[in-house]
Design a protein around this ligand. Structure first.
Ligand code: ZN
Length: 464
């Protein structure tokens, strides 16, 4: 059969599967957006009924998934779905996404083309909070599974889907509980694929070629609390050094002494992959990182956009002291948030910062963050499957392994999965990606349909 006919056939099948019941995949995503599954830092503000309503909607929308596969609700609001494979000797694979979304910043509703929870499908786009982050991940995986079930597809390898409900506020009630359940059941995955990577249409170094970013590692997360205590009292008789002055001086030392730059494996792999597509002399630098990595890291550290790729970053985020203008406070407190490069440990950060502060009157404490995922294999296994799935839909795309500079639910699954990848197959522009957690979040209808096809391909190719 000619390539043309294969493409036509796949397109036709896809059309049929995407509009069953007279409703298209895009319209179903639009409907899912209407459930206000909003995560608030203050958990008492969360409307948990919306999650149950979303579950009811999913059950009605994906009847084959919810009748033929093993479905379990975890901790009332998260979903665990298992599609048993025919060969129990093959390690299963795991597809994850999250059902919660971030709130709309008060006063910004007017900046949206369509109301954020209306789920409007118009102008070839699906508008609304969660269209990118991350209801397309939940619905896209379900669309893929539903259509494969309709076609009678039977995987050799077991597939598991895990959809958390509080990723945006740590994942402790969702992904963490889902992973606990997996451990109880003794499940262990060859690899998993979560949110956190996508196909970028105008990636800065590759503006003319779609770049499929598969994140094979992510940065660690650590917040230190610094407290200065000392003599307070009336401001008419101030101490020589106040708690505010002492703490400010320490913070200034921390900010002025960033961690050294370093080129980690996934970032080097990203640059090496792009080398073939960029002009000289950049190509030479990317091709010869054994020689040039320190220069390249230095250049990257000068732009806040790329700085996070080459160092453990330091961000002063909170400062609290004082209750009244004429009282010198006895206590000043600050928080500093660090994002750690793979390989840097919280202990190393604490000892580096303690050295910089060098003041026994300042107490440094921290809550240990969960384990940070390691660097996953980016030459074989799941990485190859995801790459082939992308190439099936975007034949010209450059597949780029990279480092995610944010955190996801992925870290909760590290001890149940040998490798962790972060990639959902939607095609977006850099500007559009910036709408995640911001205004006017939307996903192209075609881009969504392609993402579903990539998810289908991952399931077909991954379960061989
Ligand atoms: Zn997300």
């Amino acid at each position: 059969m000619s390539r043309f006919f294969i493409v036509l056939l796949v397109g036709l099948l896809l059309k049929i599967s995407m509009s069953y019941g007279g409703v298209t995949a895009a319209e179903r995503l639009g409907e899912a957006i209407q459930f206000r599954t909003v995560s608030y830092q203050d958990r008492s503000r969360i409307n948990l009924k919306e999650f149950q309503r979303l579950h009811t909607f999913l059950r009605a929308s994906f009847p084959l998934v919810f009748s033929q596969l093993e479905v379990e609700t975890i901790n009332d609001y998260s979903l665990l779905i298992r599609w048993p494979g025919s060969d129990p000797d093959l390690d299963p694979i795991l597809f994850t996404a999250h059902m919660d979304v971030v709130p709309i910043e008060p006063g910004t509703e007017e900046d949206w083309e369509y109301p954020p929870f209306a789920g409007v499908v118009a102008d070839g786009r699906i508008y609304g909070r969660g269209s990118l982050d991350n209801k397309q991940g939940v619905l896209g995986n379900l669309e893929a599974a539903e259509s494969l079930l309709a076609e009678g597809f039977a995987p050799a390898r077991t597939l598991v889907f895990a959809f958390g409900h509080d990723e945006e506020i740590s994942g402790k009630q969702g992904a963490k509980k889902l992973a606990e359940r997996m451990r109880e059941k003794g499940w262990h995955f060859a690899w998993m694929v979560d949110e956190g990577g996508m196909v970028i249409s105008d990636y800065p170094l590759l503006p003319d070629i779609p770049a499929a970013i598969i994140n094979v590692a992510e940065k660690g997360y650590l917040t230190l609390t610094l407290v200065a205590t000392g003599e307070g009292g009336h401001s008419s008789r101030p101490p020589e050094l106040s708690t505010i002055g002492r703490l400010s001086a320490a913070l200034e030392r921390i900010e002025r002494n960033p961690f050294p730059t370093r080129m980690v494996g996934p970032v080097a792999a990203m640059l090496e992959t792009m080398a073939a597509h960029v002009e000289q002399p950049t190509r030479f630098f990317f091709d010869n990182l054994w020689l040039t990595s320190w220069v390249v890291a230095g250049i990257m550290s000068e732009d806040p956009m790329t700085n996070s790729f080459v160092r453990t970053t330091t961000a002063l985020t909170m400062f609290n002291a004082g209750v009244k203008e004429n009282v010198v406070p006895q206590r000043a407190e600050a928080k500093v948030n660090f994002r750690l490069l793979p390989g840097d440990t919280p202990d190393e950060v604490v000892s580096y910062v303690t050295g910089l502060v060098n003041d026994p009157e300042i107490e440094i404490s921290y809550d240990q963050w969960d384990k940070t995922p390691g660097i996953s294999d980016y030459s074989s296994g799941g990485f190859t499957v995801i790459s082939e799935a992308i190439s099936a839909v975007y034949p010209g795309a450059v597949i780029v392994p990279s480092l995610l500079v944010a955190t996801t639910d992925t870290r909760h699954y590290i001890d149940v999965s040998d490798n962790q990848y972060r990639f959902h197959g939607m095609l977006v522009s850099v500007g559009q990606a910036a709408s995640v957690h911001g205004n006017n979040e939307y996903l192209g209808v075609q881009s969504y349909e392609n993402a579903i096809e990539i998810a289908r391909q991952m399931m077909i190719l991954g379960t061989r």
